[in-house]
Ligand binder design. Sequence first.
Ligand code: ADP
Ligand code: MG
Length: 253
Amino acid sequence: MSCRELVKAYGEGSPALAGVSFQIDTPGFTVLLGSSGSGKTTLLRAIAGLVPLDSGEIQVDGLAMTGANLASVRRRLGMVHQEFALVERLTSLQNVLSGAAAQLSWPRLVCQAYPDDLRRRACQLLADVGLTEAQANRKARELSGGQRQRVGIARALIGQPRLFLADEPVANLDPETASGLLTLLREAVTSRGIGVLCSLHQTDLALRYADRIIGLKAGRIVFDGPPEAFTPAVASTLFARDGAPHALTVAAA
Ligand code: ADP
Ligand code: MG
């Protein structure tokens, strides 16, 4: 997947993406790290083809993300949304199967006539992410937060994506659950040889889980490298609020 000079502005003022370029060629866990408002969600949604860009180009497997290619490019991507967006009245298994909707003809889809091999794969994925048979048949609205995340991951994996996108999958989780989820995501995805682009705003988690960190600030990449190179100085630049020291001086005067 490659991004070249992506620009996106929602209105007047500074753009959400101000010329973002990078490439992910290999399996591995890449963390998109930045504070709130730095452009993480916009970037992930743009890569998923959900946000129209002002300029720039995205390619997945050498295919440009344009009108005619959009459907086949999207099939190569798996996305876990910030709130996991499960269908509450469907069971875990049905939610996972819905992740394969793009592979089905509409009559099969409407009648929920999923082929047996797909059902087997969905069950295996639910087992892989640690759910029991009973939980696989439970409605999403009856699941705990942790179980919902597992279903969300299984649903994104069933499309056999080449690149897995996760937008702050551990926002709103306590530290222990967050670590558990990132470990699970890392294992589930990297064992299948899939690349992951996962946004986070917590430096400690990025340092612990990432093979590569891309630091995003005000819509620009200010760091791109391995966790070893992500020094405290880099961290303070990434999270510094521009103008804050000046404002503090004025306040003290
Ligand atoms: P992050 O996910 O890092 O918090 P976002 O991509 O959500 O960043 O937002 C980047 C910038 O774009 C912010 O300034 C935000 O206010 C703005 N923004 C995001 N979505 C919209 C939208 N739908 N309409 C207007 N502005 C938006
Ligand atoms: Mg966001």
